[in-house]
Each structure stands twice: as C-alpha cells, then as structure tokens.
Write a protein that binds this ligand. Structure first.
Ligand code: ZN
Length: 491
C-alpha cells in the first residue's frame, strides 16, 4: 500500500510509519467497555478515536479485522485484582442474573455507539464466552514458570518475569515503582510479591460468576481476556492494540507480560492510547457529582448541563482535539462546537446548490492533499477540520457571488467533504436532529418543495408560493430567498 501513514507507538515513544504484518490485512484490537453501568463520556473518546482509525485504515485500502471486546467478568472494583466483581456486585444489589446486567448495559452501549456513528467492530467477543481460552493461557504461563498457584488462585510471577524480560516496557515503570503503586487489600499472604497480579481467582462461596478449572472453581483475572481473545481472533502477532491512556498500566503492561510469558514473544506491534476527558477541568467521577452519561448529554437532563447536545456535537467536539491531547468538557466549549459544526454543515449545504461557472476565480487549495497529510500525521483530526473550514470560506465567497468555481472544482470539493468529513471523521449531516437517522431523503423532499415554490413564484402564483413558505415556517423551517434560489435550515 502506497502511503505515509505514521502513528504514535506508545511502546517506542515515537511516531512510526505504519507497516502491517500481512498486507493488505490489518489486525486491530481495542479494549471495550466493562458492562456494568451506563455508557458515559469516558466511553465516547476511545470508541470515536479508534473508529476514526478503523475508518481511515479502510480508506487507505486495508482489509481491517477490528476486535473490540466486552468485559463481562473479572473486572474487580479496585482496578487491580482486588474487591468484588463489578457486574456481580450490581447483579447482587439489583437481584438480577449477572448476564442480565451485562446484556442490559451492552445494549445501552450499542445504542450510544450507534448514535455517535461509531461503526460496529468486526468481532465483539465477550470475556465470559472465552473462559476456556483464558484457562489455556494461564496453563501456558504456569508451564513456562511465570505463574504459581496459591490457595486456589493463580498469580503472575512479576519478579521472575522481570529477571528474564523487562516488566514495565510500555509504561516506563520499573518493578520498584509498581510495587509502591499496587494496593494490598486482598490476596494478602497469597501473593509472593506485591506486584504480582491475578491470572485466576478462586471463587468464594458467595461468588455467583464461577467456572470450574484445574485450580478449582473460580474466574479469570481481568488482564487475561484481551490476551486470550486477541490471540484467538488476530493471531500470535498482530498490528495494533488500542485503548485509553488509563489502561497503559496495569492492564496493557500485564497483557504484554502475559503474551511474552506464554508464547515467548510479544503479540502487539503498535500500541496506541487516547488521552482522557475532564469535565470543567476535573476528572469525571461519581463522587464529584460530574458524572454525565451519554444519554444525559443527548437529552440535556443533568444538573450541570444547560442544554441537550446532539451526538454529532459530541463527536465533532472530540475530533476537534488531537486524540493524544486532553479534552475538557464544559457547556461553553460544547456550545462553541455545536455552532462550529453548524457552520461546517452550512458550507456543505451551500456547496450542493452552487452554480458552476466557466472558470474558477476562487483561490482554491489542495484540500484533499492537506486532509490526507493531516490524517497521515498520527490522525491529526483538528487539522482536517481546519482544512474543511478553509474550504467553507471559499464556498461562502462563491455563494455570495464574490468568486466563481467550475463544475469540476465543485465536484472535487463535494468529494473531499464526503470522504473526509463523513467517511473518515464519521460525522453525519444531522446535527440539529440528534441520534441515528440519515436525513438525506428528507432534505431532498424539502428541496423539492422549495423548487415547486420557486416555479410558483416564477409563474406569479403567489398563493401557492406563500402557502408553502408559511406552512414550512410553521413546521419549524427557516427559509431564505437568495440571489439564485433559496436556502433553508431547521430553526
Ligand atoms: Zn483490554
């Protein structure tokens, strides 16, 4: 594939040209949600970031197998391997079957992703559907001497691993740092070293999510699922593994150790991480009272929101920042994004009705190349957006009669918008309407109605022309007559 696509590899701390193992195929794994609560902003950023990567790789011509998992067991409360399983706890509190909890929130997650125009992955494996693969992984690690059984649980021997390989290559931590970071709440007296992490946990009598294993009834440690499922669906070595920066340590560090300890070599070539989202400068958290679900953003029903924000406003807002930069949500910032995206769509709509001229006097640039260069530079979506705004300025000049464009130039611009704004950035032309509907047919129907009004006016049929205008205003449309015809938008 001829391209200069560079991505920042967290592992090597630099931008590297993307060269897949097995062209034209690309294997890509992204850590999906733990399905025990409503999808929130923290879910939106990684899903949108890697959706854009998925779309761009396909745009470059690759055949991408995108695996994004559902964590429905083993993610314990205190992040490491301590505390109660998050889904089991919810099931206990609400008297539900754990899979009922997992299914309910999986459905909610899918709904929110569809609203944000995030494409579904090629495979969406569930951790509970891959217990056997995870047990096999634990057995391999144990057989190679990097795990030990203790009181019905199995732990990864980090110290032993660190003697033969290096633990901490992704996060840049060394073993002593990680010891200080890990909390000793559970597994006291079971682990040999504080930094060791659970590969398999013994189920206590009250545990409802449990499976038989060579070590007794229990459940897999959280880090196992991604190594086991990544290998099953993408092979012993694959191209890209992504997730939020908060997963670098311990989750992804542990994944690397598990892969090397089981198969003797790493599995992943490019590690990619999106930065986090803050709300009014603060980390989002239930205790801070700034925990806002995606649904609350879409409906505006939250004390700290002054209005509802459409899914495309959220998507546009996230893509206005580079994925490795921080994003801070506030009502002001979201309102600015809403207006900006409206301006972008105004440009796109005007482009549809521009009248072609014999020559182009407008000062056009090579927008297609600028967009491609920006995407090739580690998915620089803010530059793509800025480039399309430059194009909008020229479209407005032509629309105002201050410059001209040939049909060929108009068609080229339409294709650049279609390719980069809609196909690659995955934005949709329905900012005002919210979730999930393709409005193209409706727009065409409105255009048709206004064409009828235009010919009624030409025939001096004022009754028909006024009727259409008044009824459309009543229905919530803002119709404006222009030099060559009309413009409309929803009020
Ligand atoms: Zn994972």
């Amino acid at each position: 594939m001829e391209h200069n696509f560079f991505i920042y590899n967290t592992l090597n701390r630099r931008k590297e040209q993307f060269v897949p193992l097995n062209e034209p195929f690309v294997g890509m794994y992204v850590c999906g949600p733990t399905v025990y609560g409503d999808p929130h902003l923290g879910h939106a950023r990684p899903s949108i970031t890697f959706d854009v990567l998925f779309r761009y790789l396909k745009h470059l011509g690759y055949k991408v197998r995108y695996v994004r998992n559902i964590t429905d067991v083993g993610h314990l409360e205190h992040d490491a391997d301590e505390g109660e399983d998050k889904i089991a706890k919810k099931a206990r509190l609400e008297q539900l079957e754990p899979m009922e909890v997992a299914q309910y929130y999986t459905n909610r997650y899918h709904d929110a992703m569809a609203a944000l125009n995030v494409l579904p992955p090629s495979i969406e494996p569930h951790a509970t559907g891959h217990i056997i693969e995870q047990e096999e992984l634990v057995k391999e690690i144990q057989a190679n001497g990097y795990a030990y059984e203790s009181n019905g649980s199995v732990y990864f021997d980090v110290e032993k691993y660190n003697q033969d390989h290096r633990y901490g290559i992704l996060s840049g931590r060394n073993l002593d740092d990680t010891k200080d970071a890990s909390r000793e709440l559970d597994g006291v007296g079971e682990k040999r070293h504080q930094a060791d992490f659970a590969l398999w946990k013994k189920a206590q009598p009250e545990h409802i999510m449990r499976w038989p294993s060579p070590w007794g009834d229990g459940f897999p440690g959280w880090h196992c699922e991604c190594t086991a499922m990544g290998r099953k669906y993408l092979g012993r070595q694959f191209d890209i593994h992504g997730g939020g920066m908060d997963l670098v340590f311990p989750h992804h560090e542990c994944e690397i150790a598990q892969a090397v300890a089981s198969q003797g070599e790493p599995m992943v070539r490019y590690w990619m991480h999106n930065n986090m989202i803050t709300i009014n400068g603060q980390k989002m958290g239930k205790s801070l009272g700034n925990f806002i679900t995606l649904e609350q953003f879409f409906t505006g029903e939250h004390a700290s929101l002054t209005q509802a924000y459409s899914p495309m406003t959220i998507r546009f807002f996230i893509l206005q920042a580079h994925y490795r930069g921080t994003v801070d949500f506030s009502n002001e910032a979201l309102q600015a994004a809403e207006k900006a995206y409206e301006r972008m769509l105004d440009g796109w709509h005007r482009l549809q009705s521009l009248k072609p001229a014999e020559t182009t006097t407008a000062e056009l640039e090579n927008y297609r190349e600028r967009c491609a260069e920006a995407m090739n530079d580690d998915l620089n979506t803010p530059i793509v957006i800025a480039t399309l705004f430059d194009a909008c300025r020229v479209i407005n000049q032509v629309n105002d009669g201050k410059a001209t464009m040939t049909q060929a130039d108009i068609d080229e611009l339409k294709d650049v918008f279609q390719t980069y704004l809609f196909d690659v950035l995955g934005l949709r032309d329905n900012a005002a309407q919210g979730a999930g509907v393709d409005l193209t047919p409706y727009r065409k129907a409105v255009d048709l109605l206004l064409e009828i009004r235009k010919s009624a006016k030409a025939n001096k049929d004022w009754t028909t022309s006024d009727l259409i205008r008044n009824k459309m205003t009543e229905a919530g449309f803002d119709v404006k007559d222009t030099k060559d015809g009309f413009e409309w938008k929803l009020k």
